[in-house]
Design a protein around this ligand. Sequence first.
Ligand code: SF4
Ligand code: SF4
Ligand code: FES
Length: 241
Amino acid sequence: MVEEIKTLTLNGEMISAPASSTILEAAREHNVYIPTLCHLDGLSEVGACRLCMVEIDGNNRLQPACVTRVEENMVVKTTSPRLNKYRRMIIELLFAEGNHICSVCVVNGHCELQEIGYKVGMDHVRFDYLHQDKKVDASHDRFVLDHNRCVLCQRCVRVCDEIEAAHTWDIAGRGIDTFVITDLAMPWGASTSCTSCGKCTLVCPTGALFEKGKPVTSLSKNRDFLQYIVNAREKNEWIKK
Ligand code: SF4
Ligand code: SF4
Ligand code: FES
């Protein structure tokens, strides 16, 4: 069946996109950058980080591009003073809420949060740092979870559930006391569901999840594995024919 095509305006340009596309997919298809943190190609969408907000004519509220489908005659703006201000504020709040000391981080120079910080022009944080007492779980044989660097994007939760089918990760708590947990809040090393595949460490956008023994700035995460698995699943390459 041929998919219906929608025509819309993106930053003043007329574009077309399949009706099932999100605004984010349509924008990327046309090389238009929209910052994202919780989105990762190959995982389901949760619309958690709100960094991908865009302006849509006729709608006063900003809309998340990763979960909003394209519509006929939609007029979308992905950049404006209002959007830039909003995105910068989100990044500053993430820095103020966590304890992100980039100079001693394993992913310094390869961190998605840091990169977006540069892109939105965050030269300082205007909010008071919370200096929360967050824990580090190094109980796993191979990996470490540092809550200080977690931005609650839920990529670990989704990759573990949707790709590895282990469902080791979950989110617990509310508001400022929200955090990721393994196996009903047991130490990661005591988890009986974890297969030690390491997928969660690779999709994590920051240095919150990493392999043991990695020195500062040494870790750049290769996420190509995700697309291979998703493509193979779509083509049923694992089914004996
Ligand atoms: S290492 Fe694999 S199985 Fe273990 S928590 Fe991470 S994704 Fe899940
Ligand atoms: S541990 Fe990493 S992947 Fe998991 S929610 Fe935190 S920042 Fe996201
Ligand atoms: S990327 Fe859209 S809400 Fe996070």
